[in-house]
Design a protein around this ligand. Sequence first.
Ligand code: DGL
Length: 439
Amino acid sequence: MKPSPGDTIKIATTEATFEGILLQRPALFEPGFIVLKLDNGYNIGIEEKKIKKIETIKQYEMPIIKRKEFKHNPKLPTVAILSTGGTISSRIDYKTGGVIADYTADDFIQMCPELAEVANMKAKKVMGIMSEDLLPEDWKKMAEFIAEELNNKDIAGVVVTHGTDTMHYTAAALHFFLKNINKPVIITGSQRSIDRGSTDAFMNLICSVTAAARFDGAVVATCLHGSTNDDYCILNRGGRVRKMHTARRDAFQSIDELPLAKVFPGGSIEVINTAYKKRADVKVEVEGAFEKKIAIIEVFPGMDPGVINFYLDKGFKGIILNATALGHVPTVFPEYSLMDALQYAREKKVPVIVSSQTINGRVHPFVYTNLRKLSIERDCIFVEDMLPEVAYVKLGWVLAKTQDTKKVKELMLTNYIGEITERSDPRAYPFDHGIAKKH
Ligand code: DGL
């Protein structure tokens, strides 16, 4: 009988014999191949023309998942774990062969029972969205769920599971939105879906629950692999952290400051950077209003200054100019100079924020004459070493409070969550003689 997807089969080919679970052949893929999921979690494709024999070992039976009940352990702290989607919540959709967001916080506890040895878990699904589709309204919704848990005296800390692509935007947003944060809010995710042999999800979850339960900081921080090995996770402050690699498990790096701490899967926490607020017995409030009509404009050679006019004429309320190095933009040749467009922004009282494409280091309003043209003649706001994405999140949060340009400048240059460092820590610069240094 022809095997069906999900059956365990043995395939003898002209080269070798393979045994594994027959996967659905997504219609999107070219015919002539069979895909098997091997015992080790990896998938292999086998050319049909090389197959000599197929034998069904075991027919697929819908697994009856007996959900484990975890008894409350009064000796352990209780951590709230809120799921929002992303790869960590994902599994392979064998219809398309792609990855979909499906698992919830409660599923993580079922799949990773070690979590119950670290803390009592209170699971809630907030949403199930890949992070590239998240909106500022979702940040507010997350903040409201989190604040409720932070104000519950029985909860030691909160873990938020999240897609990695825009995790650093959410980490900054939650840090601004959660006024008087009183315990750790730890955001985690994974670069490999939880049903793959190479998943980083389980260690990220264990370290994140450990940090939420026991880290002494009242901060929003990401907690994912600190190296490509499974040795430790790193706590990076929301507002200083950025996803710096498309696929590495240690993609999240603190920029211009050292990470807060290393968290080991065995339960120990090694503080690296002590500059953070400690846990406090205060009531958390949510300030989640956000002005979305903001544009981030990348500055590049030959850009058309009309891009700025386009946004101004569409009624945008703020612009982030992600400028070159110290904050430069074209100002010399009339056809390409941004000066007229910036004058138009000034007349329309639309604040223009200057961040840097270098990501590391800080902008400066006075070093060069061209910079003075922007800062003095056009009132552009230079935001030190604030990351471009954080400048966007902060400007949306500030513009929801005030649109008075003087007040906007004052609030943008106020350091709320460590989004501006007093000085860039040279030890944080990751590239040294071409060999990446690890903390
Ligand atoms: N779609 C991406 C996201 O949700 C998947 C990446 C991930 O979660 O690692 O951010």
